[in-house]
Ligand binder design. Structure first.
Ligand code: PDD
Length: 295
């Protein structure tokens, strides 16, 4: 196990779980015939650990089970056991500020596209890692570029098949951008690894939560909790490239970074190039919610 100390000097260690036991990170326990390895045939979740607790765990759990139902992967762990496993990982690792990655693949069998559900035992892999980078820097604003959304039509399912996302994210990073804003035809869908909001005249706009975006938990919390508390209106509606180019503010949302203001878009300043008041207010509200905790 990798041992380290957090900012307060508390001993913490990364923990890795594989099919019922804790293993060394990087342990060679995955079969080469695992369908996750051969086809990306599986689902995943990333849950934030803050102040020693899983943030919005029930939301992630619901999304995971929904993804598994869509994928026809049998659920072998009861919700209360999955929650307990998350809690054990936090407790045993000593990690108070970090994240838990959870991946469930369809299981192991000689490579053949079609699967036989009755013969497969899902493979479960999890780890907890500390967040080492200074996330407060993201609050100062990031650069983004626009790219085409080249994904399939069920991106609301959180599958391991992320090829278009990883290619877009790599293109963005090669251009020294934090990430990419994706467009399906002329419509802004979401980011390569996050959801996207545009602000015009004090109102936030974001793509409706249908099959063309991942229904991000952070997005959902902005829409249902943070924005209403801050007195900000949100409209879930399609908007196009021109709307994004003329937005007063833009921001990404995701589990790790929270609310991430975009201050440069396609090499031009967004608004006056500074973090806008709406994104700043929502980011502060989201951080408050994170500190309060949410089941
Ligand atoms: N990404 N859209 C996409 C395509 C994503 O990959 C993510 C998250 C989101 C935001 O969802 P949430 O708010 O639930 O994190 C939206 C995660 C963090 C990842 O793949 O690592």
């Amino acid at each position: 196990c990798i041992r380290d100390r957090d900012m307060r000097g508390v001993l913490m260690k990364e923990l890795t779980y594989f099919n019922g036991e804790f293993v060394e990170p990087g342990a060679k326990c995955v079969s080469l015939d695992d369908r996750g390895y051969c086809f990306g045939d599986g689902v995943y979740e990333v849950t934030r650990v803050f102040d020693g607790r899983c943030f919005a765990f029930s939301y992630h759990q619901d999304r995971l089970y929904r993804s598994m139902r869509f994928m026809d992967i049998p659920v072998k762990m009861r919700p209360e056991d999955l929650q307990e496993l998350h809690e054990i990982m936090i407790e045993q690792s000593g990690i108070t500020d970090g994240y838990i990655y959870l991946q469930i693949t369809r299981g192991v069998e000689p490579r053949h596209h079609a699967y036989d559900r009755s013969k497969l035992e899902p493979t479960m892999y999890m780890y907890i890692r500390p967040i080492k980078e200074d996330l407060s820097k993201l609050g100062e604003g990031v650069k983004a570029i626009s790219l085409p959304d080249e994904r399939w039509l069920n991106v609301d399912i959180k599958t391991l098949n992320l090829i278009p996302n990883i290619l877009a994210q790599t293109k963005a990073e090669k251009k020294f951008a934090y990430s990419a804003v994706l467009f399906r035809d002329d419509i802004c869908t979401e980011g390569a690894t996050s959801n996207v909001f545009a602000v015009k005249d004090g109102i936030c706009y974001t793509h409706p939560a249908n099959n063309l975006i991942l229904k991000g938990i952070t997005r959902q919390l902005v829409v249902t909790r943070v924005a209403p508390t801050a007195g900000v209106s949100v409209i879930e509606k399609e908007f196009d490239r021109e709307f994004v180019e003329n937005a007063d503010e833009l921001f990404f949302t995701d589990t790790i970074g929270g609310i991430i203001p975009i201050t440069t878009y396609d090499r031009k300043p967004v608004g006056n190039g500074e973090v806008g008041p709406v994104a700043a207010k929502l980011r502060a509200g989201y951080e408050k919610l994170l500190a309060e905790g949410l089941a």
